[in-house]
Design a protein around this ligand. Sequence first.
Ligand code: ATP
Ligand code: FE
Length: 365
Amino acid sequence: RLVLGIETSCDDTGAAVMDETGRILGESSHTQKDVHLKTGGIIPVVAQRLHKENIARVVQEALDKSGIAPRDLSAVATTVKPGLALSLGIGLQYSLNFIQEHKMPFIPIHHMEAHALTVRMIQSVPFPFLVLLISGGHCLLAVARDIDDFLLLGQALDEAPGDTLDKVARRLSLVKHPKCSTLSGGQAIELMAQEGNRLKFHFKSPMGQHYDCNFSFAGFRNQVTQVISKKEEDEGIQPGEILSCVSDIAAAAQYTVASHIAKRTHRAILFCKAKGLLPQNSPSLVVSGGVACNQYIRKTLQIVTDATGLDLHCPPAKLCTDNGVMIAWNGVEKLRKGKGIVAHTANIRYEPKAPFGTDITGQVK
Ligand code: ATP
Ligand code: FE
């Protein structure tokens, strides 16, 4: 059995054809990053137009590479939640037309569940495991108990770390830096931080007095912005020009983000151990989402898992950010278990906001 996966929840148009073992037969993608970097953020109608212009070509390319004809597919799996309404709409409409034309079932996919399960395509990570998703729109800690069963332990109360890093990078005008002009904000911060001294600046770690597993990044971003403004004044430069201490600020910001994420993850691990939510034998922490590409953050999390006896698993960077492969894989896992397959699509809608799992965040102390 073969699955076509389609992703359009944000600013990447992705498609992949996969067989039931998780082998990628063909994949293709189109990223809008360069366009959105120029406008300083995603403009939803622009994202929608670019998805519309590219989706047919991207899907065709994935099919061509796989050598599979549409009639040989068993199902189409497509992200329907959560994400930008206008972007989700293009992927869903395209998919519904496709399955109608070629007569096959549809598998609606939750984008964050797909991020959470991607690693299982590469290696066997049995349920249950702890998963940390850190991305452009989300920050959450959950126990994955099955492909469609998650216990939500904590989540971002304001903004997500990828969003925060993107905004800090923008405030630092990193896109004008010769080394960073094509990088996402998070990538730019990681690169600049390598040359910086994190001890030159100090940002307060968020939520020190909150004994739960939720995250907060807005107050931290505010602190960084204030420091940047102050430094611009000291150096006598205008916003938009690049500070001489830019790498030190990047290093301190990355350190604070990493340490906040590590502390909350550590608390989640202790909670899971106390409640017996993870297996006694080789329990695992899975980390995914775009921010999981960050090597410094991975290393910080490795310290936490080493100290608590967990195995750390991350998908390769390419599969941490948005792609069609992870959607196809989630479709394959559902197809194997005979779960979440819909024959009648009349009631299928996209959902820009969607809960993730069973929320027990209030019970995590
Ligand atoms: P969500 O998955 O929550 O809907 P999204 O799909 O927009 O959000 P992803 O594609 O998973 O997000 O991740 C994109 C984010 O990852 C961006 O905010 C980007 O800055 C961040 N990111 C990418 N690479 C790195 C890196 N090396 N270090 C830190 N952040 C990074
Ligand atoms: Fe994503």
